[in-house]
Ligand binder design. Structure first.
Ligand code: PMP
Length: 438
C-alpha cells in the first residue's frame, strides 16, 4: 500500500491518524496473543466460552438443512426483513415463555447473535460519555461494545446474589452528582458470565425497582437461562416489566453458536429503532440461519437436546469443582455455578493472574485473567475458569496444572515478598476479545 500523503501515521498502520475517536476504544489486549497459543491442543484451555457443539445431533442437523434447502432454498438463500422471520419470532416468544415472559412477536428483533442486539441497543441509546452501569465484574464482550460507543463504564459492587441494589442506587446518584448522564444498567442475572452466579427472585425485583425509580433502562442479557443444572428456568426480570427492560436472548449456547441467531425483545418504540439500526448495519440477519433454527425448533426434540447439554455441563462443572476442592492451595475461593459455563476463582492474597498467565500457558493451561472483566484494573487476584468445552478428564488435568502454577507463584511471593509476581498493568482489560473467548 502506498503511504497516504500528509498522514503522520506509523509505518505499521499509516491510517492511524485518520481513525474516528470511537476507534480508540477498540484496543486488543496484550493477552490476546497468548490465547492463540492457548488454543493449541497440548494446552488445556479453561479460558474460552465456546459451547460443546459436538454434542449436537449433527447427522439430524445435516439432513434437516439439506431438506430445508431442497424445500425452501430460494427463500432461505434470499434476503429477508430487517426484523427477522415472523415464524421464528413466534417461536422465540414460545422459548421466552419458559422464562415467564409473555411477549408479542412484533416486539422481537432477530439479530446476528445477541452480541449484535447488545451493539444495536447501545448504538440507539448512548452518546459518547454516557454512563453504563455494570456488574463487578462484567461480560467482556459487553465492555467491548460500551468502549466502541465511547461510553463510560461504572462498575457496581456485586455480592453472592449478584448486582447489589444499594450499590446500584448509590452509583446512579454519584454519577448524576458528577454531572454525567447514566443511560443503561447492564446485567446478566442468570448464570453470570464471568461470575457464574444467579440473582434470586427478590434481588431481581430490587434491581428492577432501582432501575425504574431512577428512570433508567435495564438491559437484561440472558443467553444461559436454559442451562440451569436443576432444569428450572429462572424467571426473567423482563417477565415483570415490559416497558423498563430490553431483554436479550440467544440460541448460541442452547443450539449452535455458529448459526449466530439471537434476539432483542424491546418496548415497542425501542424495537422500531433497533430494526432501523439493524437494517443500516446488516440489512437483515441471515435468513438461512434463521430458517435453520426455526426448522430445528419445529421438527427436532430441542428441549431434550438442551437437557442433554445440561447433563454434560453439569458433569464438567463437577469435574472442575471437585478437582479445585482437592488441589487448589488454601486461600483460593470460587463460585459454585448452578448453570451456565463459568466459575470465578479468587486467588490467595498477593497473586496477580495477569502476570501469571504467560507462566500458566507455558505450563500448558489457560484461563482468562480477572482484569479482562473490568475497565478499571480491578480483578487482579481473580480469574474466570470455564468448563464448557474440555472433557472432564482434561478439566481435571487443567486444574492439576493450574494449581501447580499457583503453588509456584505463592513460593515466589513468600520468598521475595508481596508483589513479587506482579507486572505493570494497562488500565483496560481485553475489551476487544478474540471471538472464541467471550
Ligand atoms: N452475552 C453474554 C453474557 C455472553 O456470554 C455472550 C457470549 N459469550 C453473549 C452475550 C453473546 O452471545 P451470542 O452473540 O453468541 O448470542
Amino acid at each position: 500500500m502506498t503511504q497516504p500523503a500528509m498522514n503522520p501515521g506509523s509505518r505499521l498502520d499509516p491510517w492511524v491518524a485518520s481513525y474516528a475517536a470511537r476507534a480508540q476504544g477498540m484496543t486488543a489486549s496484550a493477552i490476546r496473543a497468548l490465547f492463540s497459543v492457548a488454543s493449541r491442543p497440548e494446552v488445556v484451555s479453561l479460558a474460552g466460552g465456546a459451547p460443546f457443539v459436538s454434542a449436537l445431533p449433527l447427522d439430524e442437523f445435516a439432513d434437516m438443512t439439506a431438506q430445508l434447502i431442497r424445500d425452501r432454498g430460494p427463500t432461505a438463500l434470499q434476503y429477508c426483513t430487517g426484523q427477522g422471520d415472523e415464524k421464528l419470532r413466534e417461536q422465540i416468544c414460545g422459548v421466552m415463555e419458559l422464562s415467564g415472559i409473555h411477549a408479542h412477536p412484533d416486539d422481537v428483533v432477530i439479530t446476528t447473535g445477541s452480541q449484535m442486539a447488545l451493539d444495536l441497543t447501545v448504538r440507539v441509546f448512548c452518546n459518547p460519555g454516557d454512563v453504563v452501569l455494570v456488574e463487578s465484574p462484567s461480560y467482556v464482550g459487553a465492555l467491548g461494545v460500551f468502549a466502541s460507543y465511547q461510553c463510560e463504564v461504572v462498575h457496581v459492587p456485586t455480592d453472592s446474589e449478584g448486582l447489589n441494589p444499594a450499590g446500584l442506587s448509590e452509583a446512579i446518584d454519584r454519577v448524576r452528582a458528577e454531572g454525567k448522564t447514566p443511560k443503561l444498567i447492564y446485567t446478566v442475572p442468570t448464570y453470570h458470565n464471568p461470575l457464574g452466579i444467579t440473582q434470586p427472585p427478590q434481588r431481581r425485583a430490587e434491581i428492577l425497582q432501582v432501575a425504574k425509580s431512577a428512570g433508567l433502562l435495564l438491559l437484561e442479557d440472558d443467553p444461559y437461562c436454559l442451562l440451569g443444572f436443576d432444569g428450572e428456568v429462572p424467571r426473567a426480570i423482563r417477565a415483570d416489566d415490559a416497558d423498563a427492560v430490553v431483554y436479550l436472548g440467544s440460541f448460541s449456547k442452547t443450539i449452535a453458536a455458529g448459526l449466530r441467531v439471537g434476539w432483542a425483545l424491546a418496548p415497542h418504540g425501542v424495537r422500531e429503532k433497533l430494526v432501523l439500526a439493524s437494517e443500516a448495519s446488516v440489512l437483515c440477519p441471515s435468513n438461512f440461519s434463521q430458517l435453520t433454527v426455526s426448522e430445528y425448533l419445529a421438527t427436532q426434540p430441542w428441549q431434550e437436546q438442551i437437557k442433554g447439554f445440561r447433563a454434560l455441563y453439569l458433569e464438567r462443572r463437577d469435574a472442575l469443582l471437585e478437582s479445585m476442592e482437592q488441589l487448589m492451595p488454601p486461600g483460593t475461593t470460587w463460585t459454585v455455578p448452578e448453570g451456565g459455563f463459568f466459575s470465578w476463582v479468587t486467588l490467595p492474597e498477593g497473586l496477580d493472574t495477569t502476570a501469571m498467565l504467560p507462566r500458566a500457558v507455558a505450563g500448558l493451561v489457560a484461563y482468562v485473567p480477572g482484569t479482562g472483566f473490568y475497565v478499571d484494573g480491578q480483578g487482579r487476584d481473580a480469574m474466570r475458569l470455564s468448563y464448557c468445552f474440555p472433557e472432564p478428564d482434561r478439566i481435571r488435568e487443567g486444574v492439576r496444572r493450574l494449581s501447580g502454577i499457583i503453588e509456584t507463584e505463592l513460593d515466589l511471593v513468600s520468598t521475595f515478598g508481596p508483589g513479587a509476581n506482579i507486572a505493570p498493568h494497562s488500565k483496560r482489560g481485553p475489551n476487544t476479545p478474540s471471538p472464541e473467548l467471550p
